[in-house]
Design a protein around this ligand. Structure first.
Ligand SMILES: [Fe+2]
Ligand SMILES: [Fe+2]
Length: 199
């Protein structure tokens, strides 16, 4: 089932998917931060579409995400669906799973929005690899490590749930800017996913 057929017109304030000028990047991040503090709950149509699109094990992963991640995932799926209008890729379940579950690894950290900001700052200061290696340690350091390592952890969760390998590959690679290819994924889809993900 195609997403746009389930949803109301995008008049709920969600971003249009337009490219963000780099000069306003920090303003954009600030806007995302405050939006994540009071996310819009998924309406009945959105919830119905998610349940019609994902398998039961994938639904369990989706439902394990906090509301602001579920709202972000749904918004990404909406933008990807719009981007693929008129292409042969539209309606392919694999690309919607990739959008809906790309950040699923974040849930394991249990960090709220302020904690995520702190983890991001730690990774900025110490480097992503150093902080990701803290995963498994107790306390805030361990949670920060889990959060920064969310691409790999999300990919594993998708594979364990029996999800599409292409969706797992996207989860693993989605934070890497300039990712040239994703195994099994047409470039038009990779570009649509990258443009739709604004975090
Ligand atoms: Fe992410
Ligand atoms: Fe994201």
């Amino acid at each position: 089932m195609r997403l746009l057929e389930f949803l109301n017109s995008p008049s709920d304030g969600s971003p249009s998917g337009a490219a963000v000028p780099h000069t306003s990047h920090f303003l954009h991040l600030a806007r995302r931060f405050f939006a994540s503090l009071s996310p819009t709950p998924l309406d009945q149509n959105e919830t119905g579409w998610v349940r019609a699109t994902l398998t039961p094990p994938e639904i369990a992963l989706f439902d394990a995400m906090p509301l602001h991640d579920r709202r972000h995932a749904l918004d990404v799926a909406r933008r990807v669906d719009q981007s693929l209008l008129g292409t042969a890729e539209r309606g392919d379940r694999r690309w919607m799973v990739a959008a809906l579950l790309h950040d699923v690894g974040k849930a394991e950290s249990g960090l709220g929005v302020p904690g995520r900001v702190m983890a991001t700052l730690l990774a900025w200061v110490w480097g992503r690899e150093t902080v990701a290696a803290w995963a498994g340690r107790p306390g805030v350091r361990g949670r920060s490590g889990l959060y920064i390592d969310h691409p790999d952890r999300g990919a594993e969760l998708i594979l364990v749930a029996g999800g599409p390998p292409e969706a797992a590959a996207w989860a693993r690679l989605h934070q890497q800017t300039g990712t040239a290819t994703v195994p099994g994924m047409p470039d038009i889809v990779r570009a649509a996913l990258a443009a739709a993900d604004d975090d």
